[in-house]
Design a protein. Sequence first.
Length: 211
Amino acid sequence: MRLILLGAPGAGKGTQAEIISEKYSIPTISTGNIIRAALKEGTEMGLRAKAYTERGELVPDEVVIGIIKERLAQDDCREGFILDGFPRTIPQAKALDEMGITVDAALSIEVDDSEIVKRMSGRRVCSGCGASYHTEFKKPEKDGVCNLCGDDLVIRKDDEPETVKNRLSVYHDQTEPLKSYYKAAGKLLEVKGQDKVEDTTALVLGALSGI
């Protein structure tokens, strides 16, 4: 299964990606994580990305897609993958298509903006490995400490209410049009995000069972 996850920041994509990844034994490709890994490993595309990050500039689409293509060529992606955080715009989706990276479905998790602001104010992220937690929905085993690596959990500036509202505005303007793009291609699946993670998961797995 080759899947793109869509949805506003805080819609629960990361949590559902973990569940889908485990059920179908396919890796989740988080754009931010693989760019950091490529920078660390010094791959060809990683070095190209580094030149931009050192200047404080955004990494261009073609470099990001190159890094994604490098990652998707690895053995663990042979049976499929989940793309989380990319594409973010229609030009990125078209570039992905042009590079021969095809997907079976784009799954959009739908959550109201007001609920997202509430959810994200409780989000905590590991300062070491980047794993995500929540004070209500996904508590760590030990308060303020990552289950995976033991580093401290922090509140990202991105999760502060005013920042979240700005991010939602950008999402609706730039990323939400992807739903129409994938709908036209016959690949869009939509699921209404529920209050309980397990209820959303049931809807997600039900939607994916038809692929």
